[in-house]
Write a protein that binds this ligand. Structure first.
Ligand SMILES: C[S@@+](CC[C@H](N)C(=O)[O-])C[C@H]1O[C@@H](n2cnc3c(N)ncnc32)[C@H](O)[C@@H]1O
Length: 279
């Protein structure tokens, strides 16, 4: 059984190095395509947001949504970005919460951490801290974070239940989970789920949307909502799968409309003693 985490670590470490050496961060199927990027990771931010960020932070963007635009961040809040990559969403969050707030980025690869810290220095933002670690074992105390954001990372974890339990643990009561992720709708073909390359490229590790809701509820979350932000059509899938050695014509019609980027919201209830005890 391949070690998913090591494959993910290697892939995103290489993506960070490509940005550092002046290239594009594209990985997974998109890296094999000319005219990168794929329909999942491209055109997520408007110019008003990216214009004030270091170019390398924008080039390293590998998410599938724009969580800071949807998370309703407020001044003085503490935000944690799970799998912060080159730091784009952490830098955007830091501006939103202001000097009285704090934005943490949690990332497991040294290469992405180095890139994110260089981007922070270039942006001149002080209320930011990039932490080395894994989202399955968050290095922050219980009840210490107002908002958890993440951009296309939970789907990469082989232990999503643990990630969600950890997110619940570090959130303050009333804290918000506000995450962009790829989810699927209905049954998905085993050919897609079993492809490690697709997993790394954000699709095969994605949860079915009802499964995602069940897992959030099992972790203790309430007010769970999944809002599609981009629904992928057959032609999107065709471009994405090219180069993966997958018979696109055979599977594309069955993939049509079955995977999407979504904004996933949930709240840690205020009066709560732990998962399973809240009504
Ligand atoms: C799809 S990229 C997204 C990066 C960033 N959120 C963005 O929007 O550009 C996934 C990032 O999460 C990191 N990552 C993946 N699995 C992780 C884990 N289990 N723990 C910590 N970081 C992880 C990867 O190294 C990579 O930098």
């Amino acid at each position: 059984m391949p070690d998913i985490k090591e494959i993910v670590r290697e892939k995103y470490g290489q993506a960070a190095l490509r940005v550092t050496t002046g290239g594009s961060s594209c990985c997974g199927a998109a890296a094999a395509l000319d005219g990168c990027c794929d329909p999942i990771t491209s055109h997520l931010y408007d110019a008003g947001q990216t214009g004030r960020l270091p170019e390398a932070a924008v080039l390293a963007s590998l998410g599938c949504g724009n969580p800071t635009a949807l998370a309703e961040l407020k001044a003085c809040e503490t935000v944690l970005d799970l799998g912060s990559g080159g730091g784009i969403d952490v830098l955007l969050s830091a501006k939103r919460v202001g000097p009285g707030g704090k934005a943490y980025g949690l990332e497991m690869t040294d290469e992405m951490l180095a890139l994110a810290r260089a981007n922070q220095r270039q942006a001149g933002v002080e209320n930011v801290e990039f932490l080395k670690g894994e989202i399955e074992n968050i290095p922050l105390p219980d009840n210490s974070v107002d908002v958890i954001i993440s951009n296309c990372v939970v789907n990469l974890s082989a232990d999503k239940d643990r990630v969600l339990r950890e997110a619940f643990r570090v959130l303050k009561p009333g804290g918000r989970f506000a995450v962009s992720d790829v989810v699927t709708r209905g049954e998905m073909l085993p050919e897609i789920r079993s492809s490690i390359l697709m997993w790394v490229g954000c699709v095969a590790g994605a949860l079915e949307q009802n499964q995602y809701k069940d897992k959030l509820a099992a972790a203790g979350f309430a007010q769970i909502d999944i809002e599609p932000t981009r629904i992928y059509r057959m032609e999107d899938a065709r471009a994405f799968l090219t180069g993966e050695g997958i018979d696109v014509d055979a599977i594309a019609p069955q993939v049509d409309g079955k995977f999407m980027s979504a904004f996933i919201r949930a709240v840690k209830p205020i009066a709560c003693c732990g998962p399973g005890c809240c009504s």
